[in-house]
Design a protein around this ligand. Structure first.
Ligand SMILES: Nc1ncnc2c1ncn2[C@@H]1O[C@H](COP(=O)(O)OP(=O)(O)OP(=O)(O)O)[C@@H](O)[C@H]1O
Ligand SMILES: [Mg+2]
Length: 237
């Protein structure tokens, strides 16, 4: 049997000596879509950052296709197929859209830029605009497009819908659905828009103070508003 693309075992991590993530374990199969839910400050961003090697790991394993990468540097993790779109949308404000995308090419052919523009036609229209001139939604698209140029097999998305208008959210969610429909990508989605996340996900974990307080099928949460309220404390309607 092939090893799971991502298999996390007893992961504990934080910032220096401070522990934020406590004994987190989960596994994601190829083409699966994991939603990571939880209230503010519960450790969602820290979990993704830990997968990328950007925090202090205290214990546990991070297995990528069967190999423990917990000791690898961030760049090596990216090289092995982990793509990360951080909550802060790290685009270069003083570079144009196209220059930002070129920075994501990492030696790949220029023709890849066309692929990115096909996925995000809006970015083609604004290819000469500076990062700082983009709307929040466009910045999110640029950040995602640049990560996708690295052809990740596992895409980690930290609140991609934050601050975006509902129609842009629809556009981005449709795009993600198209990406996973090809069956090539596994997605970990941290999102506060619970309803959209549950519609998208095939599996859910809920974090509470850095621990998994619930995990299971998104349908279970969709049908149980009281459980959602208890776990996440927000309505889904
Ligand atoms: N760089 C840091 N140094 C020290 N503590 C941090 C740092 N970043 C976050 N924390 C702390 O870690 C805890 C978890 O934060 P984290 O950003 O992972 O939460 P989150 O679930 O992503 O929240 P949000 O929904 O607000 O984005 C919080 O208590 C936060 O104050
Ligand atoms: Mg966060």
């Amino acid at each position: 049997m092939r090893a799971a693309p991502l298999d996390i075992r007893n992961l504990s991590a934080g910032y220096g000596p401070t522990r934020i993530i406590e004994q987190v374990s989960f596994e994601i199969g190829a083409g699966e879509r994991l939603a990571v839910l939880g209230r503010n400050g519960m450790g969602k961003t820290t979990l993704l950052a830990t997968l990328m090697g950007l925090t202090t790991r205290h214990a546990g394993e991070i297995r990528l296709n069967g190999e423990d990468i917990a000791g690898c540097r961030t760049s090596a993790r990216a090289g092995r197929g982990l793509g990360y779109v951080p909550q802060t949308r790290d685009i270069f404000a003083s570079l144009t859209v196209e220059e930002n995308l070129r920075a994501g090419l990492k030696g790949q052919p220029q023709s890849m830029l066309e692929e990115a523009y096909e996925i995000f036609p809006r970015l083609r229209e604004r290819r000469g605009n500076f990062g700082r001139q983009l709307s929040g939604g466009e910045q999110q698209m640029l950040s995602m497009a640049r990560t996708l140029l690295g052809k990740p097999s596992i895409l980690l998305l930290d609140e991609p819908l934050e601050g975006l208008a509902p129609v842009i959210c629809d556009e981005l969610m449709e795009l993600l659905a198209r990406l996973v429909a090809k069956g090539e990508m596994t997605i970990v989605l941290v999102e506060q828009q619970v309803e959209r996340a549950l519609e998208f996900a095939s599996k859910v974990i809920v974090l509470e103070r850095g621990r998994i307080s619930w995990s299971g099928n998104p349908r279970t949460l969709m049908q149980d508003q009281a459980l959602v309220d208890r776990l996440i404390g927000v309505g889904i309607h």
